[in-house]
Design a protein around this ligand. Structure first.
Ligand SMILES: C=CC(=O)SCCNC(=O)CCNC(=O)[C@H](O)C(C)(C)COP(=O)(O)OP(=O)(O)OC[C@H]1O[C@@H](n2cnc3c(N)ncnc32)[C@H](O)[C@@H]1OP(=O)(O)O
Ligand SMILES: NC(=O)C1=CN([C@@H]2O[C@H](COP(=O)(O)OP(=O)(O)OC[C@H]3O[C@@H](n4cnc5c(N)ncnc54)[C@H](O)[C@@H]3O)[C@@H](O)[C@H]2O)C=CC1
Length: 329
């Protein structure tokens, strides 16, 4: 192999371009582990990475793609050897270090997780950062004593990557899942993943949000943020917890101290990118076992490298359902 294909984003004072290019291994950055990438996946952050003011990429040109899974072809670190199947997600990958939308990648050993028993490379990318984030959210809710007997757990942005996987994981763990979506055509999909109730996303953004409103949820997984998060905060039950990961509904949250001081609500921030390695390995093991969604194949659609630009455009428009896995073999 002397050359390979990758998606490259470039920005200069005069232009901004996104396209497939042919590169050689010498074009890859420094790192101990070189990987023949089998699959990558599409996350909202990748959509932001390929627009001029997305504020994700820190230098250009850059290969985006925060997720990758494949087989080690060379390692200068004894922790990995040729032939090992591995996952590498987040850290600087696809941000300031060439990422997964590429047939080959070279990364730091400290970013690499061995593929856990119970997952294929394709399944690992069907999960990807969205799965890691959904699982971290469930893990954190559990750690804050939000058990299935406590009451309904809300998932916002429920047809998206984080949302779909959170619905499936919580349902598998026995929670009464309430899924919020604006997509009326996807109710069947959400019921199939295990949602017990489906509500329209507009219900979570009323004109006026009271400091405290009727208690509705024991827990919530919120990849939407913004006004939705403000309403969810005001409608949490006593001792409830919200795992907040995203911003598709906005970055500003107008709230009061009352949910925190009168109902003891906990706001749990989820950061998949710099999640410590020990916890990351624990979560990947759970993703391969008790949190592995029963309907992973139904959540996932495979695309090619050539289909990436249009798919990245669609994720920013909120038009995708579930997860897109990029086949790079
Ligand atoms: C899969 C994960 C996700 O999807 S997370 C959601 C996607 N991420 C984003 O949308 C973040 C995009 N970034 C921004 O919008 C901005 O960087 C900002 C609003 C977070 C801050 O903008 P500002 O112009 O005020 O400052 P800087 O960009 O110069 O950064 C200030 C300070 O924050 C640190 N920082 C920026 N981005 C991140 C990040 N993603 N994670 C952690 N820290 C971040 C940056 O390093 C600066 O810190 P400093 O110590 O000064 O270096
Ligand atoms: N904190 C972390 O570590 C991580 C954060 N994220 C964030 O989580 C969010 C979701 O990421 P993905 O699942 O990859 O994206 P996605 O595009 O697959 O899902 C987003 C969902 O939000 C919905 N949505 C869009 N605009 C909305 C609005 N105004 N109100 C309500 N719902 C709206 C979409 O219809 C879609 O269902 C993003 O903001 C992303 O940046 C994702 C992964 C890791």
């Amino acid at each position: 192999m002397s050359t390979f294909r990758a998606l490259v984003v470039n920005k200069t004072d005069e232009s901004f371009t996104v396209g497939i290019e042919t590169l050689s291994l010498d074009d890859l950055p420094e790192g101990e582990v070189t990987i023949r990438v089998a699959y990558s996946s599409v996350n909202y952050k990748d959509g932001l990475a390929v627009i001029p003011n997305g504020k994700i990429l820190t230098r250009y040109p850059m290969i985006p793609g925060i997720d990758l899974a494949g087989t080690v072809v060379r390692s200068t670190d004894p922790r990995f050897k040729e032939g090992d199947e591995v996952i590498a997600t987040s850290y600087d990958i696809g941000v300031s270090h060439e990422g997964g939308f590429s047939e080959y990648a070279r990364v730091k050993t400290d970013w690499v997780v061995p593929l856990p028993e119970g997952l294929t490379l394709k399944e690992a990318m069907a999960l990807g950062t969205a799965g890691l984030t959904a699982a971290l959210s469930v893990h954190e809710l559990e750690a804050h004593d939000i058990t299935p007997d406590k009451g309904p757990v809300l998932v916002t942005g429920a047809t998206g990557g984080v949302g779909s996987l959170a619905v499936a994981m919580l349902a598998k763990r026995g929670y009464h899942v309430v899924a919020s979506t604006g997509k009326e055509t996807e109710h069947g999909y959400l019921h199939q993943l295990g949602a017990r109730e489906i509500i329209h996303r507009q219900e979570l953004t009323p004109e006026k949000i009271r400091p405290l409103d009727k208690r509705r949820w024991a827990g919530a997984v919120d990849p939407v943020g913004g006004k939705t998060l403000a309403y969810v905060l005001s409608t949490m039950d006593h001792g409830g917890a919200i795992a907040v990961s995203g911003l598709t509904g906005g970055t500003e949250v107008n709230t009061t101290v009352f949910p925190f001081i009168l109902r003891g609500v906990k706001l749990l921030g989820i950061d998949s990118a710099y999640c410590p390695m020990e916890l990351r390995r624990t979560i990947w093991k759970r993703l391969a076992s008790d949190l592995k969604p029963d309907h992973l194949a139904d959540i996932t659609e495979e695309i090619t490298l050539d289909q990436l630009p249009e798919t990245l455009d669609l994720i920013l428009q909120g038009k995708l359902r579930g997860r897109k896995v990029v086949n790079l073999q």
